[in-house]
Design a protein around this ligand. Structure first.
Ligand code: SAH
Length: 462
């Protein structure tokens, strides 16, 4: 280990920054975040640095560095492009045994800055010992993506219960086991969902009955249209902690592969007009699993609240008094349009967009046709493949131009994505000839033409 990693308390301490440019500004901002009083000396001081210090947290001395600037200082940063000056600052600090950092010059540093992930009071620091700051930054970015934004709040609220934890579990092993369970369970989930009062109440109850069985819960998670890169951080986290995953036909294999390996997987998918598991049974299944104390991830294609029956499932959960949370996903319209190069709105072509289903509860695609005929509105049809010819005919009969552009996107966002384009009058024939497979999404509107303008041709497009 070339350096000792420590966290330095500089609250209310006077710290010196030599230099007044962008780098000095960033370093001063970091010191200010840690509560220091910052003294800056430089012949020229950037406006943003002046502004930061103007908030009463520091002082400026326009001019050249002098040794007397070190009086009463606990830590020094030199951020100038004058090598001789940087060396001078370093030598003066060393003579006084003051910690000093010369930016971008590890040989003149008694300490170096790590890359940090700040979830105060939790702070994670990564350093490459000055060998490859970019690598440290890339690692930091990875940590940023895997650590929930509310981790800091989790630490803060847990801290409120430290004394109670010590009283309840005098034995350290029992205490650690308790915290491990809470910090990966419902208490943590409530904090992440910003339901902090409920989180406190939950934890208080857990302390009162530490040996109560685990309480089950349901996560209704939007898995997006297929490409696993489109999952949200929250979706991924819950997929990896659930005991049971209940999934649909539309959830892609690469997405399922990201779930916890040893979870139980239950397939409740429905093929069109072939309901593998009736909705009511799915609702009951979720309730039963949660009552058994399981953490259940109900994975649904796209977004759970867009043609996903998410509403029906949570209604049942709410009635049964089961805790749940809903995680939005990228709906097929967003995913397919982005991956096919078709903006859903555009100031010149479409000022509104409407999502409709081409498959109604009774099986017929009877839609409010008159409402759908707008020159400047994009129509997105979910579940419309078998009814496509009927839908196009109805739109034309109700006054939509026969040359209105249409795109049909099959297996959107996946490596198998295919796009067929045409017009209201010829798309059904083109699709029949193309042999493409469900799921498909249909986009009707002038915006479809933009795909060609944008020169958008992905592999596999027809
Ligand atoms: N909740 C889902 C929609 C469920 S309805 C969402 O928000 O996306 C099922 C319909 O969604 C399919 O019939 C199809 O029209 C559309 N769909 C879902 N995923 C798709 C994909 N990868 N490519 C094309 N269409 C898709």
């Amino acid at each position: 280990m070339d350096y000792l990693p420590i966290f330095f308390n500089i609250r209310e301490q006077r710290c010196l920054v030599v230099g007044g440019g962008d780098v000095a500004t960033r370093k001063a901002a970091m010191l200010l975040r840690a509560g220091a009083r910052v003294h800056v000396v430089a012949p020229e001081i950037s406006a943003s640095l002046q502004e930061k210090l103007g908030e009463g947290r520091g002082t400026l001395r326009p001019g050249l560095y002098e040794e007397s600037d070190l009086a009463g200082v606990s830590l020094v940063i030199a951020a100038t492009d004058d090598h001789a000056l940087n060396r001078q600052v370093h030598d003066d600090c060393r003579a006084r045994q003051l910690p000093v950092n010369v930016v971008d010059n590890p040989s003149l540093c008694s300490f170096i800055f790590p890359s940090i992930v700040d979830r105060s009071p939790l702070i994670m620091a990564v350093s490459s010992g000055g060998k490859s700051p970019v690598l440290a930054r890339l690692l930091r970015a990875r940590m940023e993506t895997t650590i929930p934004a509310a981790y800091g709040r989790l630490a803060e609220i847990s801290g409120e219960f430290r004394d109670l934890a010590k009283q309840t579990f005098p034995d350290t092993n029992a205490r650690r086991a308790f915290w491990e369970k809470q910090l990966q369970g419902q208490f943590a989930e409530l904090v992440y969902a910003h339901r902090e009062d409920e989180a406190r109440a939950f934890l208080t109850q857990a302390f009162a009955e530490p040996h109560a069985a685990q309480v089950g819960e349901v996560y209704l998670v939007g898995a997006g249209p297929g490409d696993p890169d489109l999952l949200t951080f929250r979706a991924l986290r819950l997929m990896q902690q659930a005991d049971v995953v209940v999934h649909d036909r539309l959830v892609s294999k690469p997405v399922l592969d990201l779930c916890r390996r040893d979870a139980d997987f239950i397939y409740v998918g429905k093929a069109r007009s072939n309901h593998a598991v009736p909705q009511e049974d799915i609702n009951q299944l979720l309730v039963r699993l949660a009552k058994e104390g399981k953490r259940v991830c109900r994975l649904k294609g796209g977004d759970p609240f867009i043609f996903g029956r998410g509403g029906e499932e949570i209604e049942e959960l709410a009635e049964a008094g089961i805790t749940f949370q809903v995680v939005p996903g990228i709906t097929a319209a967003n995913g397919c349009s982005a991956y096919a190069g078709i903006p859903l709105t555009h100031r010149d072509y479409a000022q509104s967009v409407r999502f409709v289903t081409g498959h109604l509860k009774d099986g017929s695609p009877e839609l409010p046709w008159n409402e759908l005929i707008h020159e400047h509105q994009t129509l997105v049809l979910y579940m419309g493949l078998t009814g496509l010819e009927h839908i196009c005919r109805q739109l034309m009969q109700h006054g939509m131009a026969a040359d209105m552009p249409v795109a049909l996107i099959s297996q959107g966002t996946t490596p198998q994505q295919k796009v067929v384009t045409g017009t209201l009058s010829d798309i059904a024939g083109k699709v029949a000839d193309s042999g493409i497979h469900a799921p498909t999404l249909t986009i009707v509107g002038r915006v479809v033409e933009l795909r060609e303008k944008l020169n958008w041709f992905e592999p596999g497009s027809c």
